[in-house]
Design a protein around this ligand. Structure first.
Ligand SMILES: Nc1ncnc2c1ncn2[C@@H]1O[C@H](COP(=O)(O)OP(=O)(O)OP(=O)(O)O)[C@@H](O)[C@H]1O
Ligand SMILES: [Mg+2]
Length: 458
């Protein structure tokens, strides 16, 4: 029993004979026992020792058991308190249970009966503690640095991140849009010895070609028209830390040569200067498409590929790890519901089935957006099919929602046209975004943002 409940026990009882009998019996069982004859002394002893278990009578001079219980629960809600009741105090014992007492035992009782009661209470407590610990272990096992997932694929990603984080190895993260590439890059940095140094992200796809060099390497005053001040680039800004080259496959070939040289020599030169500056950065890159394909098509340099790809981390699309969907959905639900001060308990079975069947072209980002929207729409205790966007719901929706859909149909029509134009341009250019942007007459940055916004798969 001692091993069950810890060691220190407090008896608060005004009848001297009962107090002494109980203390002796419990000491024989191996407990360290303190005794008090009323609530005031009991409180003082408790504050001093924070006992694991308290046995207290209800009716005592100065302060009774109920007040003592409330005081204990206020400072240490996990303490197990057992109430001793005499004839006529059962009502108050019930109240004590409501205040958080674990059990009560009616006088007169034998020491054997007391032991049975204690044993029961202790095993309940032990179970509860084991449960909490299990829950914590589960939460830890299924999440790592904000990345959530229990699928084998994600568990392997956790393992790889742990392995590479300690080293300076260049890591290439591959995966469709919204699979968590950026999350993985930051997880590597924040679990690495460089965590206290800067983590700098560069979106290679949204930088206009003419600005890539000055952004990455910086420039001296007067390097070009408009360079009125010296500016350090992202490489220098990331000094000692990690530089994340997002969408590295979108870098123009001419710049790829320069980047390769920098990575080999570990030195940069600001534009307008030929003084080399040492840079110590760890490189993480990401790409939507496998770079091998880009190499085969002559759009990516093989030598640069080998430089940035000491280790590859593949993030599988969400539809290939459907067991992660409920876990992710619940995590996002808690996050957004809390943000809005709402209480939503979960999802209807129908919704979970729809989640399972949906192909999720926008992967985890799409799921996250769907949940954010559902929290706005949801009025009941759980998210239902009516709270989901049309892309998931298909034709089934309530008449009111259908009516409200007519009101926004203009905007939706424009968006639909935009999506179709982008899809056509991507198809015509074999998925090359720079060319598609040109075809559409928008900047690469705009196209990039639209693709993300509409969750268009390449
Ligand atoms: N396993 C995951 N657990 C929790 N959140 C995730 C997970 N994967 C992705 N997310 C969330 O989904 C969103 C998209 O993730 P992220 O930006 O890392 O994707 P990405 O692969 O970089 O996408 P893109 O290629 O479009 O840039 C973010 O809000 C991110 O926090
Ligand atoms: Mg990203």
């Amino acid at each position: 029993m001692t091993t069950l409940c810890g060691h220190r026990l407090l008896i608060v009882e005004d009848e001297p004979l009962l107090r002494i009998t109980m203390a002796d019996a419990l000491r024989k069982e191996g407990w360290a026992v303190d005794v008090a004859e009323d609530g005031v002394k009991g409180t003082a002893l408790f504050e001093q020792h924070m006992h694991d278990l308290v046995l207290t009578d209800l009716v005592m001079p100065r302060m009774g058991g109920l007040d003592l219980l409330k005081r204990i629960k206020a400072v240490a809600p996990d303490t197990t308190v057992i109430i001793i009741t005499a004839h006529g105090t059962v009502d108050r014992a019930v109240e004590a249970m409501r205040e958080g007492a674990a059990d009560f035992i009616a006088k007169p009782f034998s020491m054997a009966q007391l032991m049975v009661r204690l044993r029961n209470v202790c095993s309940v407590r032990l179970l509860r503690e084991q449960n909490v610990r299990l829950q914590e272990q589960l939460e830890q096992r299924y999440s790592f640095s904000n990345i959530i997932g229990k699928s084998k694929a994600i568990q392997e990603v956790f393992e790889l991140i742990r392995l590479v984080a300690d080293s300076d190895a260049s890591v290439l993260v591959l995966g469709e849009s919204g699979t968590g590439k950026e999350l993985v890059a930051s997880a590597i940095h924040f679990n690495s010895p460089r965590r206290a140094k800067p983590y700098v992200r560069v979106s290679c796809a949204s930088l206009p070609e003419s600005l890539i060099e000055s952004e990455l390497f910086g420039y001296e005053k007067g390097a070009f028209t408009g360079a009125s001040e010296r500016r350090i680039g992202r490489f220098e800004a990331a000094s000692g830390g990690t530089l994340f080259l997002d969408e590295i496959g979108e870098l123009p070939l001419t710049f790829q040569v320069k980047l390769l040289r920098v990575l080999q020599e570990r030195q940069i030169e600001r534009l307008g200067s030929n003084r080399p500056i040492d840079v110590d950065v760890r490189i993480i890159s990401a790409s939507l498409r496998p770079l091998e394909e880009e190499i085969a098509a002559g759009r990516f340099r093989e030598d640069l590929y080998f430089r940035v790809n000491t280790v590859t981390i593949h993030l599988p699309p969400l539809r290939e790890r459907t067991e992660d969907i409920p876990l992710l959905a619940n995590a996002f639900l808690n996050e957004f519901a809390e943000e809005r001060g709402r209480r939503i308990d979960g999802f209807s079975d129908e919704v979970l089935a729809m989640f399972d069947a949906h192909p999720w072209p926008g992967n985890v980002r799409e799921l996250r957006n769907v949940i954010e929207r559902a929290v706005l729409f949801c009025r009941g205790p759980v998210v239902t099919a009516d709270d989901l966007p049309g892309s998931l719901r298909g034709a089934a929706s309530s008449p009111q929602r259908q009516a409200s859909r007519l009101v926004v149909s203009m905007q939706e029509a424009v968006e639909q046209a935009e999506i179709e134009a982008i899809q056509a341009a991507l198809a015509a250019t074999g998925g090359r975004r720079a060319e598609a942007a040109e075809l559409l007459g928008v900047s690469r940055k705009t196209l990039w943002e639209k693709i993300k916004h509409h969750q268009i798969a390449d």
